[in-house]
Write a protein that binds this ligand. Structure first.
Ligand code: GNR
Ligand code: NI
Length: 176
């Protein structure tokens, strides 16, 4: 297993729409291991494949708290089948936008269909943090970031800050 570098805002790779996984094979299972290792190292509670530069519709989640046994979950080709009318607000962060947090309103509960690591079709009804995290990760598969759900003023401020940080550490001429 390999820890892969996490792609940061404003890298345009994060805006790519990821492609479905056609066959759940050994390569996919191995890649899931890399995603977990990268997520645990960060550390984070979720990670989408695009965050390590792979435009595939796949994500991992582990909501276990420190000291609790690991609870790894893999979602391949996930789709939101239905969601609650009721909304809830949660303070979100993103490993691709380190040290920035903002409240995001999303549907409170979601039903998601997906393939598991054996390629079997599954469905899960999620509420609470899992519902938030699944929606955050599925957004990544569509090139959407949580800052797209906050005010334009706040978003522009974050994007500007990360653009400047990228410029300050990149060689001259790189990064718009
Ligand atoms: O580690 C993460 N924490 C988090 C907190 C609230 C809502 C969503 C998340 S997901 C994030 C990891 C990440 O960036 N996944 O894409
Ligand atoms: Ni994220």
């Amino acid at each position: 297993m390999t820890i892969r570098p996490i792609i940061l805002l404003p890298d345009p790779v994060l805006r790519q729409v990821s492609k479905p996984i056609e066959r759940v094979d050994e390569g996919v299972r191995k890649f899931a291991g890399d995603l977990f290792e990268t997520m645990y190292d960060a550390p984070g509670i979720g990670l989408a494949a695009i965050q390590v530069g792979a435009p595939r519709r796949m994500l991992v989640i582990d909501l276990a708290k420190e000291g609790e046994p690991k609870a790894p979950q893999v979602f391949i080709n996930p789709e939101i089948v239905s969601c609650a009318d009721e909304a809830s607000v949660y303070e979100e962060g993103c490993l691709s936008i380190p040290d920035y947090y903002a409240e995001v309103e999303r549907p409170k509960d979601v039903t998601v269909s997906y393939l598991d690591l054996e390629g079997k079709l599954q469905e899960i009804k999620a509420g609470g943090l899992l519902a938030t995290c699944l929606q955050h990760e599925i957004d990544h598969l569509n090139g959407v970031l949580f800052i797209d759900h906050i005010s334009r003023l706040k978003r522009d401020m974050v994007v500007r800050k990360f653009r400047k940080m990228a410029r300050d550490k990149a060689p001259a001429g790189m990064v718009g």
